[in-house]
Ligand binder design. Structure first.
Ligand SMILES: NC(=O)c1ccc[n+]([C@@H]2O[C@H](COP(=O)([O-])OP(=O)(O)OC[C@H]3O[C@@H](n4cnc5c(N)ncnc54)[C@H](OP(=O)(O)O)[C@@H]3O)[C@@H](O)[C@H]2O)c1
Length: 350
């Protein structure tokens, strides 16, 4: 049973590769830059093959030798399509660590082809969306018939990788998104705030377009979903300002500048920061008549958790725990999947 990890020399890909080596999983590492890839492969002593996603022959050849692919090269709006196509063509299961709404939507739209090909497609096996998806599933079970779901995240003491910053920059000027009456609906950026209790006192959180507006709907069927994050005040001000500068921010030269700027400044948390930082998820499911259940999760730092959940998910799928079609983490692995990871804890709130 073999696993291909693409994007293995990126910040997150490297964490995944190191963990794979620690666990003796023997995946093949891949990426487009032969030199950078060789450096990681040498560090972790794993086989590697370099190819660009645009090289369809090399991509298909590599995927044809894998039972499952864990795609770690993003922004996924630019990279998911060729890899999903190769997986469907070669019959390999597909997993990635995206948090991008349009990517979840695109992958979900491939459901019929995936079923026909006997291939499982599971985007979002990182921090976004494993913990949030599991909390959503838990709340839906606790509150049958819920019509409204709100999820909020808080990351403390950590930092952001170049890839995450570049993905955020790529989405600058696109506003927000929620699920309303079963449909994805665009909103202004940072259009709503509310209070969430992550266990550190009441905290103001701001609406963000998080992948759960797609995945939590697939997992729970709850038709109205809003996702929030605790953001620095300056970020909230910037997001609100972006509502007046959307077309400018979306212009190609401005996008390129923002992405390069973001990438250059964000290097990702170092090992000691990753050990001490933490992440939290708060959620509430409500019926139409206002009956509500509330719960929260605490978990390790976001990139540490991403490496663990992504690799564990890929390992399980590679070993045959796969159902063809589009799958969400909690829908497939179960509501309590997140509790399998060291350092995670779920708590009901009054
Ligand atoms: N959902 C989550 O919780 C979560 C957690 C962590 C990361 N992520 C996402 O995962 C992605 C990677 O994050 P990161 O921290 O690893 O960023 P990173 O350090 O910038 O790494 C990005 C990797 O993707 C590769 N890449 C980018 N575009 C490519 C393309 N068109 N073809 C082939 N390879 C390409 C890069 O290769 P080059 O160096 O050759 O460009 C690099 O290896 C980001 O989109 C980030 O938002 C999500």
């Amino acid at each position: 049973m073999s696993l291909l990890i693409y994007g293995a020399y990126g910040y997150t890909g490297r964490l995944v590769a190191r963990r794979a080596a620690e666990k003796d999983l023997a995946p093949t590492l891949a990426g487009r830059n032969a030199e950078k890839l060789r450096a990681v492969a040498r560090e972790v002593d794993l086989p590697h093959r370099a190819f660009a996603l645009g090289d369809t022959t090399a991509l298909r050849e590599a995927v044809s030798e894998a039972d499952a692919v864990l795609h770690c090269a993003g922004p996924f709006a630019r990279t998911a399509r060729p890899m999903v196509e190769a997986c469907l063509h070669e019959g390999a299961h597909y997993l990635d660590i995206t948090g991008e709404i349009e990517v979840f939507e695109y992958v979900a739209s491939q459901e019929a082809r995936a079923v026909e090909a006997g291939v499982m497609l599971m985007p979002g096996v990182g921090f976004d969306v494993v913990p949030t998806d599991c909390l959503a599933a838990y709340l839906a079970q606790q509150q049958p018939g819920a019509q409204y779901l709100e999820l909020a995240i808080l990351a403390t003491g950590g930092g952001v990788s170049g890839g995450t910053a570049a993905t955020a920059a790529m989405n600058a000027g696109r506003g927000g998104a929620i699920r309303k009456d079963g449909r994805i609906t665009r909103t202004p950026a940072a259009w709503r705030t509310r209070c969430a209790d992550f266990g550190r006192g009441p905290t103001d959180v701001t609406s963000i377009p998080w992948g759960d507006v797609v995945t939590a709907w697939h997992t729970t069927g709850i038709p109205n979903i809003i996702t929030y994050a605790k953001l620095p005040d300056a970020a909230v001000r910037l997001l609100k300002a972006s509502n007046y500068a959307g077309p400018l921010l979306r212009a190609r030269p401005v996008q390129s500048f923002l992405e390069a700027f973001a990438k250059e400044r964000a290097s990702g948390p170092d090992a000691s920061t990753r050990r001490t930082a933490q992440s939290f998820v708060w959620g509430q499911a409500r019926t139409g008549s206002g009956r509500a259940v509330t719960a929260r999760l605490s978990a390790p730092e976001t990139y540490t958790l991403t490496a663990r959940t992504a690799l564990e998910s890929a390992e399980r799928v590679r070993d045959g725990h796969a159902d063809p079609g589009f799958q969400t983490p909690a829908g497939h692995f179960g509501t309590d999947y997140i509790l399998d990871f060291e350092g995670t804890r779920r708590e009901d709130l009054p």
